[in-house]
Design a protein around this ligand. Structure first.
Ligand SMILES: Cc1cc2nc3c(=O)[nH]c(=O)nc-3n(C[C@H](O)[C@H](O)[C@H](O)COP(=O)(O)OP(=O)(O)OC[C@H]3O[C@@H](n4cnc5c(N)ncnc54)[C@H](O)[C@@H]3O)c2cc1C
Length: 341
């Protein structure tokens, strides 16, 4: 195994610091596609402090072994060969702090915020917090915070949502994110970026430009809303998803980014590709923008199907669809990017 000594040193260091880690972890169990080979070594830091420790240990002991950070794996395709390196799974770093809970007098804080010139509550969340659980909690009678209704139904973490600037139903992370803390793997320092510094645009953030920056946490600015409306909006969003999306099969959501003046799903449908399959991967019959795993699909099947879809759509529209889902590979295999697809 390449990087054997470095990985063994990391394993020992994680164990010595009481950080959960496992050899040969099947990554298919940690992605919504249910596809992918094993991680040579997987680690689950329990919070932001442990996450920083894991990343700094990798800098000290990793000896250049590949590193990958995953949230809930709901926007990735993991290579069949797996990941010959360290995979950091963030889902246990999920602390959430509401600004009003921190105030000495919560009721007074809330009264002033609700009636004042800045009627907001800031919510801090570690990168591994579930975006859906956060949206749900914000809508509950004890909170009634508005702004994350769009996120109810997006099955990722806060970190993954910041990286991807996740969005739906006319809103996105950009609308509510105030700042994010990150760890720079190059120099081993932490930093903070304000919303205007994060290059947030449609399914894009500065973190896609800097794969060596790991999102540690984010702060959201949410307004005080009317609870029944917030909950009704989330319910409607979820119903719309159930109606239009193939939630009964494993997938990674929309495979392609939306072109400027069209919809990827419509273009794929018009090209007659609904239902087309390669191995266990199929263009969903319900929503042509999704590729679903009908059982036993491999990453190679998905890549071949993505290539077919892109080729056929390009023939018809003279436009090559851009992939939204992220390809995760350790770079040790020859065919490791969407560029070759
Ligand atoms: C059924 C379904 C519906 C979906 N609907 C939507 C939708 O409506 N809108 C939408 O925008 N998306 C949607 N998605 C896609 C996906 O849920 C989002 O992109 C989500 O934000 C990804 O979060 P994640 O934690 O799963 O990230 P992952 O898939 O784990 O990671 C995505 C990328 O971010 C990187 N990453 C993850 N965490 C960190 C971190 N802490 N620091 C640095 N890099 C990190 C990963 O390396 C990878 O490159 C859907 C997916 C599914 C399966």
């Amino acid at each position: 195994m390449p990087f054997k000594e470095a990985l063994e040193a990391l394993f020992e260091a994680f164990r010595a610091n009481g950080i959960l880690c496992k050899w040969n972890e099947p990554l298919s169990a940690h992605t919504s596609f249910r596809i992918g080979g094993n991680a040579a070594l997987a680690v689950w830091p329990s919070g932001k402090t442990q996450l920083i420790l894991v990343l700094s240990l990798w800098r000290d002991l990793g000896d250049g072994c590949p590193l990958c950070v995953l949230g809930k794996g709901s926007n990735v395709l993991i290579a069949d060969e797996g990941f010959c390196g360290l995979v950091v799974l963030t889902t246990k770093a999920k602390r959430v702090v509401y600004e009003e809970d921190e105030a000495p007098n919560r009721a007074e804080f809330r009264r002033r915020a609700e009636t004042g010139s800045e009627p907001y509550c800031r919510v801090y969340a570690e990168c591994g917090a579930s975006l859906m659980a956060l949206a749900f909690a914000c809508g509950q009678p004890d909170r009634e915070l508005s702004g994350l209704e769009f996120a109810y139904g997006i099955p990722g973490t806060v970190g993954g949502a910041i990286v991807m600037n996740a969005g739906a139903y006319g809103s996105d992370v950009e609308r509510v994110l105030v700042s994010a803390d990150y760890y720079d793997l190059q120099n081993g320092c932490t930093g903070q970026l304000r919303d205007s510094e994060m290059h947030l645009s449609y399914r894009h953030s500065i973190f896609l430009e800097h794969p060596d920056w790991v999102v540690l946490s984010g702060v959201f600015k949410l307004s005080y809303g009317y609870g029944p409306d917030i909950r009704e909006q989330m319910k409607k969003n979820m119903e719309a998803r159930r109606e239009k999306q193939p939630l009964e099969y494993p997938s990674a959501g929309s495979v392609f980014k939306r072109p400027v003046d069209n919809f990827a799903a419509r273009m794929i449908d018009t090209a007659g590709l609904k239902g087309v399959a390669v191995g266990g991967a199929q263009v969903s019959e319900k929503h042509a923008g999704f590729i679903v795993n009908r059982g036993g699909a491999t990453a190679a099947d998905v890549k071949a199907l993505v290539r077919l879809v892109r080729d056929e759509v390009e023939k018809l529209y003279r436009y090559r669809l851009e992939c939204e889902i992220q390809l995760v590979s350790d770079g040790l295999n020859e065919d490791d990017g969407w560029d070759t697809v």
